[in-house]
Design a protein around this ligand. Structure first.
Ligand code: ADP
Ligand code: MG
Ligand code: MG
Ligand code: MG
Length: 418
């Protein structure tokens, strides 16, 4: 144990620790020697334990003082558990049961005890297996609309908004990972980059010479650095969703900070498009996954349409923020003018979304952290074909975002690419 009380947990130490927490003891039931504890963390950064007792179970997530994927040579502050806990609490307040319930939080141990999600699986795995999730579009559009709207200047008074910025401002190390790995490294020679080689060598080289692309990604990076629009989840990919066909939960908000809304929405768009392009690598007979491909793109369209409708509805019904003061938009004419501006706001948010989605697609193919949607395609030629299509669409989305004014223009382009 370190001086300040932190020690990474092992199953034995964790049982003793949890037995001292009254409500957790009650959830698990029985004496601690009847609890089973398994470390299941499959993420890049942290430890996750599943604990089961005679009565019930919990999940325990603990930050490590380094990046799990890389090792102790890459230190990362334990404070990310603090930001994860804070974001999870805000998301619970704003969305209710769309996040796991928190049972206990220990700042010194950088440890969160939360609801065990069971029989939920990680969405990415379900989508690789071709599983349809009929509730997902409704749930994720609600999650994004409510968390983004209610933490923005459209809903908050300026002092409360600034307090939220202050509360998340210290999560700099996690933001820096995004700034480097998403917005910078795929466009330069970087030790941690990797790609399907030699098939994509020419793409990687071309990316480093592409001035238009490097300007476009740098504009997105500037927006990520400087636009504190709303509380973001910050890592909203399909590996941060656990679900069943009946129930959706968003997990893992340790990258939360006040940033541009399009970054979260773009993460969902990117992961759906990557899964769409990956389906070729997962079908045994050509065309076998056509119905699933159709579901992926139709669902993506529903997500974006519903997000827009729900966000606008929240804005019309809760115009409580200091932006767009009501006194400037009085009467029938004022109301009409404000409604036009609401639509224009959503169009700007969509343009940001297209760019951020593209950045997230590219980093998963040319950067450090890849998606199993593509990584699990064993035949490298086949995988590279899927990846090249995704890269080609992503480059055009990033450089020519204005050519993609609607989600349908994106999904149509994806359909045409294969
Ligand atoms: P990381 O930040 O390291 O990516 P995650 O929060 O994504 O950690 O969790 C890693 C894995 O642990 C998830 O992919 C999932 O399999 C499992 N997990 C996380 N939270 C829960 C939970 N509440 N219930 C069940 N399993 C969970
Ligand atoms: Mg994770
Ligand atoms: Mg992860
Ligand atoms: Mg994480």
């Amino acid at each position: 144990e370190s001086r300040d009380g932190y020690a990474p947990q092992k199953p034995e130490t964790l049982a003793a620790y949890l037995s001292g927490i009254e409500n957790v003891r009650r959830i698990l039931g029985g004496p601690p020697d009847q609890w089973s504890i398994m470390e299941v963390g499959d993420g890049n950064l942290n430890l996750v334990f599943i604990v089961k007792g005679p009565v019930g179970g919990v999940a325990v997530k603990q930050a490590l003082p380094y990046v799990r994927l890389v090792g102790e040579s890459w230190p990362l502050p334990l404070s990310r558990a603090h930001y994860e806990h804070m974001a999870l609490s805000e998301q619970a307040r704003l969305t209710g049961a769309l996040v796991p319930k928190i049972h206990h939080y220990d700042e010194a141990l950088a440890l969160i005890v939360m609801e065990l999600l069971e029989p939920h699986i990680i969405m990415r795995r379900g989508m690789i297996g071709g599983v349809e999730y009929p509730r997902f579009a409704a749930d994720i559009s609600t999650f994004m609309a409510r968390t983004l709207y209610f933490t923005s200047d459209l809903a908050l008074a300026a002092d409360r908004k600034k307090a939220l910025i202050a509360a998340f401002a210290g999560n700099t190390a996690l933001c820096k990972i995004t700034e480097d790995l998403i917005f910078t490294d795929p466009y330069r020679v970087a030790a941690l980059n990797r790609w399907t080689s030699p098939q994509l060598d020419a793409y990687a080289a071309r990316w480093r010479q592409d001035g238009d692309l490097k300007v476009a990604v740098s504009r997105l990076k500037l927006k990520f650095l400087s636009s504190a629009e709303a509380m973001l989840h910050g890592d909203l990919h399909t590996g941060s969703v656990m679900l069943t066909p009946e129930d959706t939960r968003v997990i893992d908000p340790e990258f939360a900070f006040m940033g541009p809304m399009g970054f979260d929405v773009g993460a969902i768009v990117a992961n759906f498009l990557l899964n769409f392009f990956a389906q070729d690598g997962h079908e045994k007979d050509s065309g076998e996954r056509d119905p699933y491909r159709g579901w992926v793109l139709a669902t993506l369209e529903q997500i974006i349409d519903q997000f827009r409708a729900k966000f606008l509805e929240l804005w019309r019904e809760n115009p409580t923020g200091d932006a767009y003061p009501a006194s400037l938009f009085e009467g029938v004419d004022g109301a009409a003018r404000l409604e036009i501006e609401r639509q224009a706001y959503m169009d700007r948010l969509w343009t940001d979304t297209v760019g951020f989605a593209a950045a997230k697609m590219i980093r998963r193919i040319l950067g450090l952290a890849h998606n199993i949607d593509l990584e699990w395609i064993e035949d490298k030629d086949r995988r590279a074909t899927c990846e090249a299509r995704a890269l080609t669409l992503a480059r055009d989305m990033m450089v020519n975002a204005a050519r993609y004014p609607t989600i349908r223009s994106v999904t149509d382009a994806a359909r045409r690419m294969r």
